[in-house]
Design a protein around this ligand. Structure first.
Ligand code: FES
Length: 166
């Protein structure tokens, strides 16, 4: 039995000759150039995203009235929500009369932190976590990160939340 004759090459191959061996050949220099440029683009893009995130960090919503000065005696606290109704926060009036506020969401596993009147700590009952009322830093238990700080503004006899500092 005779071999079948090799089928004729399609006509387009004659019109558009492609040298496959050369087409797939990439020199080490070209590969190095590609990888270097690709890495540079990634570094620049990552830097731009980081810079943008730092400059335009969300700072909460518009100012929201959260309490009257007279509502919270020294050593006391009040609950409020900021920047949305889904974000529980706690306002504290320290013994020296200063107001501070934090997110009420524990930085360990998101239970709500509570405050006993007169205490210098916020307490998370889920795993016995503790935070300093003065600056929100963790002082005991599993939490490792401080509570997000709510920025406050006192306007006359009213206290407003004006931003969030993560
Ligand atoms: S959730 Fe607060 S200590 Fe674990």
């Amino acid at each position: 039995m005779a071999d079948d004759p090799k089928p004729a090459a399609p006509r387009w191959r004659g019109d558009f000759p492609i040298r496959w061996e050369q087409d797939h050949y990439i020199t080490r220099r070209e590969l190095t150039k590609f990888l270097t440029l690709g890495s540079a683009v990634l570094v620049v893009a990552t830097g731009a995203v980081a810079l943008r995130g730092r400059r335009f960090r969300p700072s909460g919503g518009p100012a929201r009235r959260i309490a009257a000065v007279a509502d919270v005696p020294p050593g006391g606290s009040a609950l409020f929500r900021y920047p949305t109704d889904g974000d529980p926060c706690i306002l504290l009036r320290l013994a020296d009369g200063r107001f501070v506020a934090y997110s009420q969401v524990c930085t360990h596993l998101s239970c709500a932190v509570i405050h006993e009147p007169g205490s210098s700590q916020l307490h998370c009952p889920c795993h016995q976590g503790f935070f300093d009322v003065g600056d929100g830093r963790p002082t005991g238990g599993p939490p490792q990160r401080r509570l997000p700080h709510i920025l406050l503004e006192t306007r006359g006899e009213e206290i407003f939340a004006v931003g969030v500092e993560a």
